[in-house]
Design a protein around this ligand. Sequence first.
Ligand code: KIV
Length: 264
Amino acid sequence: MKTILDFQDKKNKNEKITMVTCYDYTFARILAESDVDCLLVGDSLSNTMLGHPTTLSATTNIMAMYAGAVARGAGDKKLVIADLPFMSYRKGITATMTAAEKVMRSGVHAVKLEGGEGNYAMVKHMVGSGVPVMGHLGLTPQSVNQLGGFKVQGRDEKAQKKIMEEALRLQDAGAFSVVLECVPSHLAKEITAALDIPTIGIGAGSDTSGQVLVLQDLLGMNPGFKPKFVKTFYNGFENLKDAFNTYHEEVTGGQFPSAKESYS
Ligand code: KIV
């Protein structure tokens, strides 16, 4: 999948979309050769790459640096979307456009931002300026302090109505897709049915147009972090640790380097 038109095409054909977060050149090269449809340079890099407790530490410069590495690794093989970080799209149109410009110039194809209320004019202006925008509703980690923690959203009818309304308004503003994070499955299903554009779920059940997972969670590299919605597809932490230990053993035991890895 290379463009946002392919994204829409998948929904139209009722084919599931797969997205994985990616933050560096090396993994982007692997993902570029995989069947995964598209890559998200999430501001979750603040957690996974930089060790912060929330995504609030990501800045536009940080996002642009990581986004550039992923775009170079993905080449022309995958659609790459990057997050606009905390506050970068809440200080007026000029500041928003400067942030979007910086992130887009890194080489990605689209940006993502969190929340509905207060963002519609920004989305419309970006889309009108040639910047494809993905929305993100439900659990919006940049608002963790307002939400009082990383909690499932849309539990009651009023909250569900608000999320549905925001999704429709993001679509009206020109968003090409909406991420739904940690919402009840029935709500994600209803929103997906109500929208023409595709929804991408994480902790939103199986009825969204596609799914996204954080790379480190998918690869089992983050032991101890196992929210209900995460499935690990590889025992990355243990397998990588084993490889490091084998290297250590071979160096200390004299097997590496052998003649094969040495110059005559
Ligand atoms: O930053 C991120 O990784 C995300 C996904 C969880 C959707 O926004």
